[in-house]
Design a protein around this ligand. Structure first.
Ligand SMILES: Cc1cc2nc3c(=O)[nH]c(=O)nc-3n(C[C@H](O)[C@H](O)[C@H](O)COP(=O)(O)OP(=O)(O)OC[C@H]3O[C@@H](n4cnc5c(N)ncnc54)[C@H](O)[C@@H]3O)c2cc1C
Length: 367
């Protein structure tokens, strides 16, 4: 907020992950005075995420609503990237969907069939590729996959560059960033409060039904003997198991396992998950064996029961944006736009309430 401009209202955001920061920036751009409270990267799923901006590869039967939201959000990403104005954020523009065996490709084909039944216009974005064509796209792929698809426009961002770019944009917009864990919402200042604390949301708002889905994820760094990292996001179905590679400037992210988390504080990667990821990726792209294992991490996805994020009002002052599960980076722009619409409604409601009060005063006083 620039000096001399009167803010339209005062907003506190609890949670400085992918969702909270994107919402904070959108609100600042609408003229709100904003501060963000954040407990730090250790509790942030966005710190470990792959950064894929997928809707096509995430569309599964029964998840029609999530698919529609994801498609909408992915379409909003170019505007967010332009707003951040940082060339290091985006790392890929397309994905390759690859099957190890004919059964794996059949699985992908049925997924593509579902997607096209939902949005036939996506046909020109989902292009069938033979194994040979996939190796032309990515020469380091193993020979003899069973083929797959190219998903045009299914890109990825570097999650950590994304958060860093959001911090810079927020600082430039005059947003205050407070390193603190919030334990009591009644103590949080502001006309409006957004709770976007990922899995931490359920401690502040127990009525929001969230579950944790843990996942191991690895960061591999290229050495001088290595094949170059892929240029596309590679999402493979490898003998029935999903595995993905997401490019980074110095290597790639290799992910990810998924299973129920029993403890919100458990961010320790299990040996079994790490071993499975390395085994599958090593078969998919044998040259990865010469990469350094730079980081083995794990995060917990904050998921709603039906996979659809919860972006709604709790009361006149508090709004929640949580439950983004596997897709919180991809869904951030949709969430932010939906949140600022809710803020506008709150402000208009307040304005209407004030003018009702003025009318009442006028009637009461006869003025
Ligand atoms: C292994 C893995 C891979 C993933 N890959 C992808 C991917 O490729 N693409 C994609 O779109 N999504 C991916 N995700 C999902 C994505 O990371 C999440 O959906 C997203 O981070 C959710 O954003 P959020 O802001 O709601 O929560 P988070 O990113 O978890 O951020 C929550 C923030 O709130 C803070 N906080 C918590 N409690 C409090 C409190 N009481 N007071 C103050 N601050 C608090 C935390 O410190 C944290 O910074 C992945 C997740 C995992 C675990």
């Amino acid at each position: 907020m620039s000096d001399g401009i009167v803010p339209v209202g005062d907003l506190s955001v609890v949670g400085g992950g992918a969702v909270g920061l994107t919402c904070a920036l959108a609100a600042a751009d609408r003229g709100w005075r904003v501060r963000v409270f954040d407990a730090g990267p250790r509790w942030r799923a966005a710190h470990v995420a792959g950064g894929m901006l997928g809707c096509l590869a995430e569309g599964h039967p029964g998840q029609d609503r999530l698919l529609a939201i994801a498609r909408d959000s992915v379409a909003r990403w170019p505007a967010l990237l332009a707003r951040l104005d940082d060339p290091h954020v985006r790392v890929a523009t397309d994905s390759l969907l690859i099957g190890a065996t004919p059964a794996d490709v059949e699985h992908l084909r049925s997924q593509v069939g579902f997607l096209l039944s939902q949005a036939p216009s996506d046909a020109d974005r989902l292009i069938a590729r033979t194994a040979r064509e996939l190796r032309t796209d990515e020469p380091a792929l193993v020979r003899g996959t069973a083929g797959g698809f190219r998903a045009v426009g299914e890109g990825a961002v570097d999650n950590r560059e994304f958060i860093a770019a959001l911090h810079r944009s927020l600082d430039a917009a005059g947003v205050e960033r407070v390193a603190a864990e919030v334990t009591d919402l009644s103590q949080v200042p502001g006309d409006q409060v957004l709770v976007a604390a990922g899995l931490g949301t359920r401690r502040l708002l127990p009525e929001v039904d969230l579950r944790g889905e843990k996942g191991e994820i690895l960061r591999l760094r290229r050495t001088r003997w290595s094949v170059p990292p892929p240029r596309h996001v590679i999402r493979a179905r490898w003998h029935g198991r999903p595995v993905y590679l997401v490019p980074r400037a110095d290597g790639l992210v290799l992910g990810a396992t998924q299973y129920e988390a029993y403890d919100d504080a458990d961010r320790a990667p299990l040996a079994g998950g790490v071993a499975d990821l390395l085994a599958d990726a090593g078969e998919l792209m044998p040259g990865l064996r010469t990469y350094e294992l730079a980081e083995a991490g794990a995060g917990i996805r904050p998921s709603s029961p039906d996979g659809v994020p919860v972006v709604s009002r709790i009361d006149d002052r508090i709004t929640v944006a949580a439950g983004h599960g596997r897709n919180g980076v991809a869904l951030a722009p949709w969430t932010a736009d939906r949140f600022v619409d809710l803020l506008d409604e709150a402000r208009n409601g307040l304005a209407n309430a004030l003018s009702d009060k003025q009318i009442q005063n006028t009637i009461d006083t006869g003025v």
